[in-house]
Design a binder for this molecule. Structure first.
Ligand code: PHE
Ligand code: NA
Length: 459
């Protein structure tokens, strides 16, 4: 394992713990927190769903993030190479190769629709800046949103712009400037969320929202809701597709993997919960439907920005910062496939970025059409569980709820059963008690939990 010890040195490490946290937070905090968390919470009945989601973060997400970062740092190479180095095999077992394959394919599929939603955020910069939201009713705000969804050309234009933003950064390969921007813009997004929460407290429905989010009503929890909560834990922490493994390969040896993983997870969870506290009071105050679906934040936040003092300014800033958060996540979604094309297919960075980006952009058109012309087209509607799901819904479902948990399950099994205990003890540098707790989790608890949720949902 001399090769393992030395391999990091040649690659240039993150300058500090902070640099890793900024990159990992840039990937983790995104549309998953502000767009997806509130709407899946609304669709799945609130409190009980949130509780399961938080449990999944604690029991499955954080241990798997630690495992990914640890495997990446130990191997010191790209994810698939790290796995084969650690397994001490030249040719990797197909099961572990699947981790790399899932990373590449899931990132590609997620980005295709992620970029469409990023496009919605871009569109709302203009909507808020123009002042047209000022004093609007819920109906008028809803009409603006339906107008956007029913217009494939506008959706395509913003989707194209978002994808171009992602590709520009990936082509250049270096993004130290972007990571430094995370340290200013993420806190700014946090502050703006706090401002919306402050407004939400004045609506008179804050208590109702808190109860909705934190008072579990288990009669509302379904098996499919549990699958969504598990899948969302992976999605929101950018787990199960080897992103954190790739980032971990740059982490200096003396830095605590447990502490950094906890920090990233706590920030990510905090942003999501804050988004929930910002949005649900507005939902209840305006008699809107918590289960309204993917449009939820675009039907609620504009109301707040239309009513609060300096709303146009705050609203514009908010959507600009949301685009930035989505952008840094989008980059980490495109990166794995571009690296794979470079390493395996011998393409240069420009060609691989253009190739992957354009195909991904084209696939995004299917998600755009799912919102209008193909809104009633459910290609797999004959499967009871997938009834009524558009192409957009299916892409989201398969990536977040199947591919990422499967990738995470394999990572847990690799750490739990393949890696040497000695190497892991050294990498994690935990107290014996904490180490055993972590090991039991990745060996048994995580695999069993994922397996049970999968099996229950298939039945
Ligand atoms: N974690 C990102 C978000 O919450 C999405 C993402 C998933 C990014 C998987 C990278 C990998 O928005
Ligand atoms: Na997230």
């Amino acid at each position: 394992s001399a090769a393992l010890e030395g391999s990091n040195a040649q690659r240039g490490l993150w300058s500090s713990r902070l640099a890793f946290i900024l990159a990992a937070t840039g990937s983790a905090v995104g549309l998953g927190n502000i767009w997806k968390f509130p709407y899946v919470t609304g669709e799945n009945g609130g409190g009980a769903f949130v509780l399961v989601y938080l449990l999944c973060i604690a029991v499955v997400g954080i241990p798997i993030m630690m495992a990914e970062v640890m495997i990446g740092r130990r191997g010191g190479r790209s994810p698939v190479k790290s796995l084969s180095l650690i397994a001490e095999r030249d040719r990797l077992n197909p099961a572990w190769k699947l981790v790399g394959a899932i990373g590449i394919l899931a990132g590609f599929l997620i980005l295709s629709f992620y970029s469409v939603i990023g496009g919605w955020a871009i569109s709302y910069v203009g909507t808020t800046a123009s002042g047209q939201l000022t004093g609007q009713t819920a109906d008028a705000v809803g009409a603006i949103f339906s107008g956007l969804l029913s217009d494939p050309t506008t959706l395509l234009a913003w989707h194209t712009l978002f994808m171009a933003l992602v590709m520009v950064v990936v082509v250049r390969g270096v993004r130290s400037g972007l990571e430094r921007a995370v340290s200013i813009l993420m806190p700014a997004l946090f502050v703006l969320l706090l401002i919306v929460v402050g407004y939400a407290m004045t609506t008179g429905h804050f208590g109702q929202a808190v109860a909705f989010l934190f008072q579990p009503d288990f009669s509302k929890l379904t098996t499919s809701g549990i699958l969504v909560a598990l899948g969302h834990a992976f999605f929101t922490l950018s787990l199960g597709m080897a992103v954190m493994m790739a980032y971990g390969s740059y982490l200096p040896k003396n830095i605590s993997i447990a502490k950094t993983s906890m920090t990233v997870s706590v920030i990510d969870t905090g942003v999501a919960l804050l988004a929930g506290l910002a949005i649900f009071p507005i939902v209840f105050a305006n008699g809107l439907e918590p289960g309204a679906g993917p449009g939820l934040i675009f039907q609620t936040l504009p109301l707040a920005f239309g009513q609060m003092p300096m709303g146009s300014l705050f609203g514009t800033l908010f959507f600009v910062l949301l685009i930035f958060a989505a952008w840094t996540s989008g980059i980490s979604l495109l990166e794995p496939i571009v690296e794979w094309l470079e390493e395996r297919k011998g393409m240069n960075r420009t060609v691989s970025t253009l190739g992957a980006g354009i195909v991904c952009w084209a696939l995004g058109i299917a998600s755009i059409l799912s919102l209008n012309l193909w809104a009633d087209f459910a290609p797999l509607g004959f499967v009871p569980m997938l009834e009524g799901k558009t192409i957009f819904d299916l892409l989201d479902f398969f990536t977040a709820n199947i591919m990422l948990p499967l990738g995470g399950l394999l990572v847990a099994l690799f750490a739990g059963w393949v890696m040497s205990r000695e190497a892991m003890e050294k990498e994690l540098a935990l107290s014996p008690g904490m180490f055993n707790l972590w090991l039991i989790t990745v060996r048994f608890i995580t695999p069993v939990a994922v397996a049970i949720v999968f099996i229950y949902n298939l039945m």
